[in-house]
Design a protein around this ligand. Structure first.
Ligand code: 13P
Length: 247
């Protein structure tokens, strides 16, 4: 699927949720939508369900991907999943550097850059996530944290970065039910956009994530530098998710 900046993108991150039965119901509803009424959208599923996603969504305009990727191509890396494996299951996207992986699994900026590179090597679009924790927010370190996270990805060069999607997700807004204000998110997105300009990757999409729902998504989408949303909880309920993609 060709992703153009002019089209809004909404991605559902299922995290560690789902079952074969629940997914069948959700995916079957998604595959039947009238795409002329929705923006570009896709889902990021747990590894074991990628085969099911491929079977149900194959031939539709919906894109899908995984929530993690190995930075290595193959070898003795127990528990890891390579870019080539994701490719075999039709993944066109992969999440990289989600805060839950940075914090719970201690992924570093260097790991994240390695994973983004591995994805690009097989034409899988990395959706690279950035965001400050509550402590960093409270101690007014947001811009310096974002700057260091984004800089390490920009080191891969403008040509590579132009093939990515970025997502700003303030950690304190994730799963809290209470999103950042659209104005606050816009300020951070504009800051990231300025950094992207320095490497000539001006036009990539920057999504906002953190308690996005159908009731607040439109207020983000009107912001000039917010090109869509990365949705957690609301992506697990078909009508809630489609309520966001239909705006
Ligand atoms: P919520 O939408 O549940 O806050 O999750 C956001 C997120 O982490 C998406 O990657």
């Amino acid at each position: 699927m060709i992703i153009k900046k002019s089209n809004r993108l909404v991605l559902g991150n299922w995290k560690m949720h789902g079952s074969i039965l629940e997914n069948t119901i959700l995916l079957s509803k998604l595959r039947n939508v009238d795409h002329s009424l929705h923006c570009d959208f896709g889902i990021l599923a747990p590894f074991p369900y990628l085969s099911q996603v491929l079977t149900i969504l194959h031939g539709t305009k919906i894109c899908w991907g995984a929530q993690n990727i190995s930075m290595y191509n193959f070898g003795a890396y127990t528990g890891e999943v390579s870019a080539a494996m994701l490719k075999e299951f039709g993944c066109s996207l992969v999440l990289v550097g989600h805060s839950e992986r940075r914090i719970l699994y201690k992924e570093t900026n260097l790991d994240i850059a390695g994973k983004a590179s591995a994805a690009l090597s097989l034409d899988i679009t990395p959706v690279v996530c950035f965001g400050e924790t509550l402590d960093e927010y409270n101690s007014k370190k947001t811009f310096s944290v974002i700057e260091s996270q984004v800089s390490s990805i920009l080191e891969l060069g403008g040509k590579s970065v132009s093939r990515m999607i970025f997502s700003y997700e303030p950690v304190w807004a994730i799963g809290s039910g209470s999103a950042a204000s659209p104005e606050y998110a816009q300020d951070i997105h504009a800051f990231i956009r300025g950094m992207l300009h320095q490497v000539g990757a001006d036009s990539i999409r920057i999504l906002y994530g953190g308690s996005v729902k159908a009731s607040n998504a439109a207020s983000f989408f009107v912001m000039p530098d917010i090109d869509g949303a990365l949705v957690g909880n609301a992506s697990l309920v078909t009508d809630d998710f489609l309520g966001i993609t239909k705006l």
